[in-house]
Design a protein around this ligand. Sequence first.
Ligand code: DON
Length: 609
Amino acid sequence: MRFLLSYIFTFLLLTQSALAQNIQSLPSFIRAQSQTPILHEGGRVQPVYSQNGMVVTADKIASEVGREILAKGGNAVDAAIAVAFTMAVTMPRAGNLGGGGFMMVYDAKTKTTRAIDYREKAPIKATADMFLDRQGNVDEKVARFSHKSAGVPGTVRGLELAYKLYATQEWADLVDPAIYYASKGLTVSKSLSDSIKKKAEHLWKSFPARDVFFKGRSFYEAGDNLVQKDLARTLVEIATKGADAFYEGDTAIRIAVDMKKNGGLITMEDLKKYQAVLRDPVVGYYRGYKVVSMPPPSSGGVHLVQMLKTLNNFPIKSEHWGAGTADTMHVMAESMKRAYADRAKYLGDPDYVKVPVKALTSDLYANRTAEGISLGSATPSELIEAGRFLPDESPQTTHFTIVDKWGNVVTNTYTLNFSYGSGHMVEGTGILLNNEMDDFVAKKGVANAYGLVGNDKNAIESEKRPLSSMTPTLLFDEKDNFYMALGSPGGSRIITAVLNVIMNVIDHDMNLAEAIVAPRMHHQWMPDIIEVEEGYSLDTLKLLQARGHSIKEVPPMGAVMAVMKLGDAYVGFADTRRFDAKASYLEENTQPIVQGVRFTPQDVYDVFE
Ligand code: DON
């Protein structure tokens, strides 16, 4: 009996401690279930966890819409299309129908990744000197705030291409949530209200935008209901007639008429000719991980891979280096400035100019670059190549990352360029126009709004795509299994925001939330300054100054929305640098909240009333 009791006692003890050990051995962050960072387990900020899919966006309404599509059985692409249409309504400063972007899709079944390029194109009538005044100087007002600033929008064709390649749900059902929020209205958040106030001067000048974004002579405040009837009507057209409604139908006519009336260049022919295209992703390896990112006309993938490969040459993981040390920050800054110098020289639309992608992303070039980096002192940017810097204009773009229960992943960045683009709205459509034409080089040696310079490779040409920095990216482990997907807004700082987060995960063993929350640094060759967010040690910054770096503390850079694979499940985190950001995830039995389509014949009737 005594023997039996002691056996039971020992058994209980063992299983108890095995259980405890099991729980202990689970990384603490896989036990978190909430979006907002929770500080627990030693004060570590935590991502959310799900085995059933998640949607990480900068806008909580859009995240919930995406989650709903997944709950209805849609895949990651279905959810991405619904999210992108919704954000055109709920986050109008960046979400859009009148802009463009890049979508990377990982298909878990075939283990392949495709890059969809739906970047805007210069109108047919665009010319190299279209933004120069009589003295030959760049007229920034025309380049950034006129109807001429708009490239031919790509978003609707891009979403259509993704739909044709991957979607499983009805097209109209994916446009439907956007129609719902445009016609019934959305509750204005503080950040939406603030963003309208910030851009008020420009939005007020456009009568259609004034009608939508102002309550008579006052502002929309948090908690108000914002209805966008014209936008709802445009969305109903797209839902019922497809993307052709935008490019060849009623919406196209309205855009062309508006352009003609206001000195813009986009015509019916431009819209009809526009096509989204598939590109071969840029691929490179960093410490054994495969990095798959956006190729030209984005500069993002090329320079991300180039910088990572250069950094591969330094012992960043070793105990004397690590996160936020002067050594690590020094080699990051030196790699960044060299990559951005190359950006100015070599990058442009691959349909128009030869971009040496292979050479720029080769091991040989990266190793040579690394050899040229002196550990003891900064190389002045002037010695690398010349350029000029102009200050930023309040920028906005948005990134979202989605994974479904089958393991398909979408990582998408799209934009109007500035917050609310040029501020012009096309009459009768609710569509805000992008000002992506400013991403071209208007004049050699003259910087664009992000301080980026360039040469003929990125000069304006008829139907050419302007160079971008948007960097939707995926990583795969040594066995070629999906590891991580991420991206960010931030203009020229997009590429380095993605780089910072990748290094935080791979080199510094941070969990995804920590990696995203940690302070970031950026160098873009010109100006010759390391920009740092608040949070680095003052001692480190002094050490960097001693090596010859200039340091400037800047407001938060980028807003990374990311998902990572962890065992059989996923963790996700929405950057807390965006107030409305949210990672919405599915539990095992998550049911759709709304059964069937949301927009009823009555809604449509209301819209056309
Ligand atoms: O394509 C580009 O690189 C820019 N038009 C992106 C602008 C941007 O990220 C503004 N965001 N915060």
